[in-house]
Design a protein around this ligand. Structure first.
Ligand code: ADP
Length: 270
């Protein structure tokens, strides 16, 4: 941090003067470094399932006379393929969100059915863990934006809340209107997130506990996608959490007929 990268060009102006042109390259260099970082991270993340799939394929062909092993290996192979597919899908979604002003195609919509659908899409996962997802509140006023993207964002939050919570707990989804914003919150009774990790979990591929989080089946891109979706809507995602006391993620979206109090620019690095 604090380093400035400048390209300087010198041109003589007659005998007595020279012209110094200083070009601030700090931001461009930073963005390039991040892009390289992203490519490096993506290749690393892709290599794991791809490597596993090809090893499992080999193992299957060698275990032809052991039907039980074949079943075991092919089940693992299916799991790794789904992981690969989820990863590819999230990478595409994230780069789409980063590269364009997607919500110029926004429209008027109401949030309640979006919430209902996001909950519904996580129904199986919740049932598997005996988790109850309860929805409270209603918001009839229309919002402006891309309901599909907001559904994706909300689905990611609910999915995390379920995956990181112990079985037989409750996940609460609430909606209300406040200070010119629609606020949608997702609260869980999970392990909570330390202050230190709270600063980093919205970064691409950041996981609090790398190995364990990967085990739970996530791609490490969910919160990064949420953050970009909200930024594209002139909104934001905030987090309240304390270790041992669960977490609450809140999405804030500007209401249509009110001037938003603040404009949030997406950070280039997340
Ligand atoms: P992942 O696919 O790993 O879930 P995310 O970007 O969605 O990736 O989340 C990043 C990390 O933040 C997770 O790996 C997990 O460690 C942590 N996290 C996210 N949501 C929660 C939650 N509700 N409770 C506890 N930890 C969470």
């Amino acid at each position: 941090a604090g380093q400035l990268i400048v390209h300087v060009r010198v041109a003589p102006l007659g005998d007595e003067y020279i012209l110094l042109l200083a070009d601030d390259r700090t931001e461009i260099t930073r963005t390039e470094a991040m892009r390289n970082d992203f490519v490096a991270n993506v290749s690393h993340e892709l290599k794991t399932p791809v490597g596993a799939i090809s090893l499992l394929a080999e193992a299957i062909s060698e275990a032809a006379d052991d039907p039980q092993a074949v079943v075991r290996f092919s089940t693992r192979m299916g799991k790794e393929s789904r992981r690969l597919a989820a990863l590819v899908q999230d990478i595409i979604e994230l780069s789409r969100l980063q590269s364009s002003d997607v919500i110029s195609h926004g429209r008027e919509f109401t949030i309640d059915p979006v919430i209902a659908e996001a909950v519904d899409r996580n129904k199986l996962l919740a049932e598997e863990k005996g988790i109850t997802v309860s929805v409270g509140g209603k918001l009839a006023e229309p919002l402006h934006g891309d309901p599909d993207l907001l559904m994706t964002a909300l689905r990611n939050l609910i999915d995390n809340a379920i995956r990181y919570s112990p079985p037989n707990t409750t996940v609460g989804v609430g909606v209300r209107q406040r200070d010119g914003y629609a606020q949608i919150s997702v609260t869980d009774q999970g392990p909570g997130i330390s202050a230190e990790d709270q600063e980093r979990i919205f970064e691409r591929f950041y996981r609090v506990d790398g190995a364990r989080s990967r085990q739970t089946g996530g791609t490490g891109l969910g919160l990064s996608i949420v953050k970009h979706v909200l930024a594209n809507h002139g909104g934001e995602v905030t987090l309240w959490s304390q270790p041992g006391q669960g977490s609450t993620f809140t999405l804030r979206l500007p209401m249509m007929d009110e001037e938003p109090a603040l404009v949030i620019e997406p950070a280039a690095d997340m």
